[in-house]
Every structure is written in C-alpha cells, then in structure tokens.
Design a protein around this ligand. Structure first.
Ligand code: TXA
Ligand code: MG
Length: 337
C-alpha cells in the first residue's frame, strides 16, 4: 500500500480517508495517533492489525468538542464536566460509561470508553472534517516507543496505512493523562500531559493506579489494559537510575560498560564521551524531557548498544509521566542512589 503524505493544510482531504474506512496517521499535541472512524468496526479492526495490538487493549475516542460526550457516554459525573472545562481541548483522556453506539471493538468489550478532545489545531481540523469520533491509539507498532513526529510514525507504519498528516513535532511528547471517572475516588490510570497535581486541584482526592509505579504481576489486571504490556522498550535492556541528578550521573559513569548507551540530562553529556548518548534536556526542564523521551528511546535501536543507562527524572508534575515511560521501557529495572 502507498501511504499518502498530507501537509497540515490538507486536513480536509486527509479526512476523506477516515470517512472511507481507511487508516490515517494524525498529529496530536501528545504523540501521533493511528486513526480510524470510531463508529466503523471494520475500520477499527484494521488498527489492531496494523499495530500488531492485542485485541483486549481498548482504544480512545477522539472528539472535536466536549459537546459530543453525551453522544457516546452515560451517567457523566460533574467532575468530568469540570475537567473538560479546565483541560479540554488538551492532553487528558477520561474513562466514562459508554453508550451502546460505541462498537465493542473500540472498548475491547468493556462497559467504559476513553474520551479525549485533543488540542492540536491540525488534529481538530481533521476531526471536524471527518464528522465522526476517531478511534486512535498511538501510531507505533505495538511495544515500541510512541512516535512524536511524522518520520518516527512512518518508520513503523509506512506502507501499512492509507495516509499520514504532518503536524510537526508534538508539543507535549508523552501520551495523554488517563483518569477513570467511573470509580470513587477518581483514579489516575496513566500519567501524562495534565499532571496529578492539576487533577487533584479540580477533583480533590485522586487515587493512583498501582500500574503507574510498579510492574504488574501476570495474574494482576490493571484498569487500563494497556498498562500491563511491555512497552516503549528499545531492543537493548534499560536500567533507570533514580536520585539527585549529579549522583545518578556519577553512578552511571562508574557502571557504564564500553558498549553501553546513556540517556542523560544535558549537563552530564561530557561525562559519557565515547558512548552513544541521548540528551533529554536540562535536569530542571521537565517539559523538554517529555518532548524528548520517546525519541531518545528510539535512537538506540540503530546503534547496537548492549545496555542503556538512563537518568531518572524528578517525578513531580509532568516528570511523573516521563519517569513512568522510562520505568516501563526498563521493565521497572530501577536503581535508587
Ligand atoms: O495521547 C494519547 O492518549 C494518544 C493520542 C494518539 O491521543 N493515544 C494513546 O492511545 O496513547 P493508546 O491506545 O496508545 O493508549 C491508550 C491507553 C491504553 O493503555 C488502553 O488500555 C487505555 O488507554 N484505555 C483505553 N480505553 C480504556 C478504557 N475504557 N478503560 C481503561 N483503559 C482504557
Ligand atoms: Mg500506545
């Protein structure tokens, strides 16, 4: 299949692919998504095939405005409207009770559905032109780091999808925050662009799902089915070293093998001369770390390194999301210094 490239100004033409039951790579402010008409079960089924995604992992429905929530969701609590007013359009997904119009293939048979209203202007133009809710997981092959620019998505999807729209590099760089509003208190299932602190500011108490901070056992079932899978992982094994940045850099310097790679903050790059190194931004710039983390993880697959050492970021604010993605890439293989 020839994957058609569209510029940001061709959103209308690109949306025709969605209307015709095709798969379209769409830019969002978090990561690039692999979109299909969310009301067309056959189109949605093709997403799972293109990604190699397990069938029990549900998809998020993307809508152009909060007004669409009632079309697809039931028993919407006040907290959901409060979150929508504060954070939509933006990097937040809400788990709500679904209506029966939402096909089973989208929700993997669950009685809930993830709803998100993205902020990226090109994505919004595509959603508006398509006129349907768009089911879209991240645009990577299942298990690989999520794509944060068009080239990364083409690396995984060229020839497997009808089209892709170039919206430039993603401004957030990690996927949306997922909060489950069908339980009391609401529960954070995946940290992302909207921080836990911001959620608590609107909702009061918010629980944090165990899958955010530790490896799930084979017999455990996290509330976001996707959180149980090995994820974001480069070919080489990853070790995350958590602690004060100067300390973690020294620890890695002492342990790094000749053929190992390093993910570190900008300040510490000179310590690792001679090693394949990816800089994640300054230690104090969490937003930049979020934008760079997936590209850093992707980079090493072309280098043949034996192991990857990563400095763990400060887990406050959006750092919780960056830390979660690195820890998952490491299979929660973490050293505390
Ligand atoms: O930022 C994002 O959310 C990106 C962009 C494209 O919008 N999308 C994304 O989708 O990250 P995906 O499929 O890669 O991750 C969605 C996560 C999975 O872990 C899935 O299990 C969980 O959301 N999820 C989806 N529907 C759910 C539901 N009804 N209940 C619990 N978890 C759900
Ligand atoms: Mg994903």
């Amino acid at each position: 299949m020839n994957t058609q490239r569209f510029t940001a100004r061709e959103a209308d033409r690109a949306a025709e692919i969605l209307k015709a039951g095709g798969l379209l790579g769409i830019p969002t402010e978090t990561v690039y998504g692999l979109g299909a008409n969310g009301l067309d079960p056959e189109a949605v089924a093709r997403i799972f095939a293109a990604k190699g995604r397990p069938q029990d992992n549900p998809l998020i429905l993307h809508i152009p405005s909060a007004d669409w929530l009632e079309r697809y969701c039931l028993d919407i609590p006040n907290g959901a409207y409060a979150l929508a007013r504060r954070f939509w359009p933006g990097p937040l997904t809400m788990i709500l009770k679904r209506r029966s119009v939402v096909p089973d293939v989208v929700t993997a048979g669950l009685d809930t559905v993830g709803m998100r209203c993205p902020a990226h202007p090109v994505c919004r133009a595509i959603l508006t032109a398509a006129g349907v809710p768009v089911a879209a997981p991240s645009g990577n092959t299942s298990g690989r780091p999520s794509p944060t620019n068009m080239a990364d998505m083409l690396e995984d999807m060229d020839g497997k999808i009808e089209g892709i729209v170039d919206g430039g590099p993603c401004s957030v760089g990690v996927e949306s925050t997922i909060v489950d509003l069908t339980v009391t208190p609401p529960r954070l299932l995946r940290p992302g662009g909207v921080t836990l602190e911001e959620l608590r500011d609107v909702l009061g108490e918010v629980a944090v799902d165990a899958a955010v901070t530790r490896l799930m056992g084979a017999d455990e079932h996290p509330r976001a089915p996707g959180m149980k899978y090995r994820h974001y992982a480069p070919k080489a094994p990853v070790t995350v070293v958590q602690g004060d940045p100067a300390e973690s850099a020294r620890y890695i310097r002492r342990h790094v093998g000749d053929r190992d790679g390093v993910i570190c903050f900008d300040e510490f790059v000179p310590l690792f001369e001679g090693h394949p190194t990816e800089a994640m931004g300054p230690a104090a710039d969490q937003a930049e770390q979020a934008r760079r983390v997936f590209d850093a993880l992707r980079y090493f697959d072309g280098t043949g390194v034996e192991q990857i050492w990563a400095q763990g970021p400060d887990p406050s604010g959006i750092g919780l999301a960056v830390s979660n993605r690195l820890n998952k890439a490491a299979g929660f293989h973490i050293v505390q210094v």
